[in-house]
Design a protein around this ligand. Structure first.
Ligand SMILES: [Zn+2]
Length: 231
């Protein structure tokens, strides 16, 4: 992706960071060292989430050459789209499952390390290091919940398409999940405008455009399928 910088390799996959993510780091650095630590922690969890998608894709013979991290999340660039709905289902679900696994596996260790009061302190804050660690832990729950929204471009949208594709066909299933993506985007935009939250409005615009893009890709595929190879 244009405007991204390579950081390192993991399982032969190049981990790239988009310049807008670096801007985010600078922005949060102004919020103090604990904010910066939190963002770097989130960066690690988002990377591992994408690595889970990538390894599952590789299991099905789809090569993933790079993962690009944007402020909004990561994108794993796959060499091809999964052909069977069951493949898309498992490739999509492992990402959120990873974050849920972190919540489950680290629940007891975090409780004994931080204590119930710090772990369940609300609102989440970066006032102290233990609270920052607790914040980072709960971000996994947010990542899982956000990604399981059953609409494009979230993982949940792909899970939904894979579940519907067998019943109503790939194209109709895509249109349905794209439509839901647009509805969620309008909802996010509404709350963003009402609460004067620019981040929420930016997320809404991103979701809307990414959902439309998914629709476009399927349209292209549908058009191409009408032609034979020689043509
Ligand atoms: Zn994901």
């Amino acid at each position: 992706m244009r405007g991204s910088v390579k950081l390192f390799n993991i399982f032969g996959i190049s981990i790239n960071i988009h310049v807008t993510f670096l801007l985010l780091l600078v922005f949060f650095l102004s919020g103090g060292i604990k904010w910066l630590a939190l963002i770097i922690g989130v960066f690690c969890f988002v990377t591992l989430h994408e690595v889970c998608h990538s390894l599952m894709a590789r299991y099905y013979g789809i090569e993933v050459r790079q993962i690009t991290l944007l402020p909004i999340g990561g994108i794993a660039s796959m060499s091809s789209m999964p052909e069977k709905p069951v493949q898309e289902f498992f490739i999509s679900i492992v990402g959120p499952l990873f974050n849920i696994a972190v919540i489950v596996i680290f629940y007891n260790p975090m409780k004994s390390l931080l204590g119930t009061e710090v772990l369940f302190h609300r609102p989440l804050s970066t006032a102290t290091w233990p609270l920052t660690l607790s914040y980072l832990y709960w971000i996994n729950l947010m990542l899982a919940a956000f990604n399981l929204i059953p609409a494009f471009p979230m993982d949940g949208g792909r899970v939904l398409r894979s579940l519907l594709a067998g019943r109503i066909g790939y194209v109709k299933a895509t249109k349905f999940a794209v439509g839901l993506g647009h509805i969620f985007a309008v909802g996010f935009a509404y709350f963003g405008i009402v609460n004067v939250n620019i981040v929420l409005i930016a997320i809404a615009i991103f979701i809307y455009m990414a959902a439309s893009n998914e629709r476009h890709q399927v349209d292209v595929r549908e058009d191409l399928s009408k032609f034979k190879i020689g043509e």
